[in-house]
Design a protein around this ligand. Structure first.
Ligand code: 5RP
Length: 218
């Protein structure tokens, strides 16, 4: 199977974990397969909270009402992909630039279901450049602080987040303590969100492999 077929397989497997009611939906190519799979069960979905404008548009296209998080409160599940994930369920996210809204919607869900192919499973995170969403005027200041932490931040050229901010992709990080690093980067003035999801990682990881979909739990 190709990587895209593995993504599709986990997206379909995630449907079994979707309760009736309201769900949170992530962003990216794996999440897009999940949205396509949702079409078959949309009768039992009252609505969805989207983690990006792109996801909201896709949900609306298949007839699933998109709800404002402020009017929803808590959800049973949030389903999303990842750029890297460890066996301890910590993740790097934000390759698609939606990390802040993803983290907010995930925080409001009882269960985070990560859907990804097995190329995303790593022992130590950091090979994938760590996305950091930054207030534009703080870009240089934040970049200097990230260099002090041992990283090589690179501005994502020509990209503005749904929140009107910029992204620094930090190369060369060896993330041995993801919880500590998430806390430290979040403290830098001007940082909106770091794409480390360790303090609140995934609860279930549906991993696409050549031998079928494997389920890892926390
Ligand atoms: C978007 C994300 C995505 O979940 C992550 O980039 C994985 O994307 P894909 O499913 O396309 O591999 O965090 O901000």
């Amino acid at each position: 199977m190709t990587q895209d077929e593995l993504k599709k397989a986990v997206a379909h497997a995630a449907i079994e974990h979707v309760p009736s009611g309201i769900i949170g939906v992530g962003t990216g190519s794996t999440a897009n397969h999940f949205i396509a799979a949702l079409a078959a069960i949309k009768g039992r979905i009252d609505g969805a909270v989207a983690s990006s404008i792109a996801t909201a548009e896709r949900l609306q296209m298949i007839g699933i009402p998109v709800l404002d998080l402020n009017s929803v409160g808590e959800m049973e599940v949030y389903v999303d992909g990842a750029d890297e994930i460890t066996r301890h369920m910590a993740m790097i996210k934000g390759g698609g630039g939606a990390l802040t809204r993803e983290k907010i919607v995930a925080a409001c869900a009882k269960k985070f279901i990560c859907i990804a192919d097995d190329s995303k499973l790593v022992d130590v995170m950091g090979k994938f450049p760590l996305p950091v969403e930054v207030i534009p005027m703080a870009r240089s200041f934040v970049a200097r602080q990230l260099v002090k932490l041992g990283g090589n931040p690179v501005l994502r050229e020509g990209f503005t987040t749904d929140n009107g901010n910029v992204i620094l992709d930090v190369h060369g990080m060896n993330i041995v303590d993801p919880v500590a690093m998430e806390t430290e980067i979040n403290q830098i003035v001007g940082v909106v969100t770091v794409g480390l999801f360790a303090r609140r990682g995934a609860d279930v990881f549906l991993m696409g492999t050549q031998n079928g979909v494997k389920t890892l739990t926390r």
